[in-house]
Design a protein around this ligand. Structure first.
Ligand code: PLP
Length: 255
């Protein structure tokens, strides 16, 4: 079985973060491992506390997993600060970990800030250049580029993000009126259609999407096919989202 490592943050409500990643890995037929870089006190309504671990905590977990279990793909999620991003980039580079999918998590749907603003530069300088795929949503793309992105301008936006160093970019669009994801690998643009999310129960959709993409890359699918399958898994998980869990945006459910 292929092995995918999630380097991310715990969500006590288990809708997003490391917990969503593990559920997505199970759904996608890979063995999931984890390096927990921070933990949140969180439920479906919001994030009440964020506790980052010292950067060495991430490195120790990544090394332990790589030395024994092995890694066919890596997904990074919420990394919170510059020290953690830098340590994770160093470990990925030194250990030569393949198929790095970087989900540049910045702000929760509930509005909570999940990345210190000063860490954006560290992402750009140290982690994006190692990525096989960068998977921002439209809001994250906007925040990374520092300019408004209208739906017609998403191709320009993907091209500008590619300049930051990843081999490819998937701008996820499941929550926009256009609905499509846009894949750009420097050669061609591919629109990846899927159902538009009308559900309120989308907590964890982005985490599920990027974990599914890493899983299908680990399993050997080409980038376009992996991106199509990842979109399908994410859309399905939103479709099965659990309204009855918590009073806020219910968690997605990857079956
Ligand atoms: N909490 C953690 C630990 C996350 O990693 C993320 C997203 O990646 C979120 C919360 C936000 O999830 P959402 O915006 O889907 O509610």
């Amino acid at each position: 079985m292929k092995r995918v490592l999630s380097v991310a943050t715990s969500d006590s409500g288990a809708g997003a973060g490391i917990q969503a990643d593990l559920k997505a890995f199970l759904r996608c037929g890979v063995y999931g491992t984890t390096a927990v870089v921070a933990t949140t006190a969180q439920n479906t309504v919001g994030v009440t506390d964020i506790y980052p671990f010292p950067p060495g905590v991430a490195v120790g977990q990544i090394e332990a997993v790589a030395e024994d279990i092995g890694v066919d793909a890596v997904k990074t999620g919420m990394l919170f600060n510059a020290g953690i991003i830098s340590a994770v980039a160093g470990a990925v580079r030194r250990l030569g970990l393949p198929n790095l999918v970087v989900d540049p998590v910045m702000v929760a749907e509930s509005g909570a800030e999940l990345l210190e603003p000063a860490a954006v530069e560290t992402y750009k300088e140290e982690l994006f250049p190692l990525a096989r795929v960068l998977t921002p949503n439209v809001n994250e793309a906007f925040a990374l580029l520092g300019e408004p992105v209208d739906e017609g301008g998403i191709e320009d936006c993907a091209a500008a993000l590619l300049e930051l160093g990843p081999e490819a970019v998937v701008v996820t669009g499941g929550h926009t009126s256009a609905g499509a994801d846009l894949l750009y690998d420097g050669l061609r643009f591919e629109r990846i259609e899927g159902p538009v999310h009308s559900s309120q129960n989308t907590h964890g959709a982005g985490c599920t999407h990027s974990s599914a993409l890493a899983s299908f890359l680990a399993r050997g699918f080409g980038l376009l096919e992996a991106a199509r399958r990842a979109r399908e898994v994410a859309s399905e998980a939103v479709g099965y989202g659990l309204a009855e869990i918590g009073a806020g945006a219910g968690p997605v459910h990857a079956l």
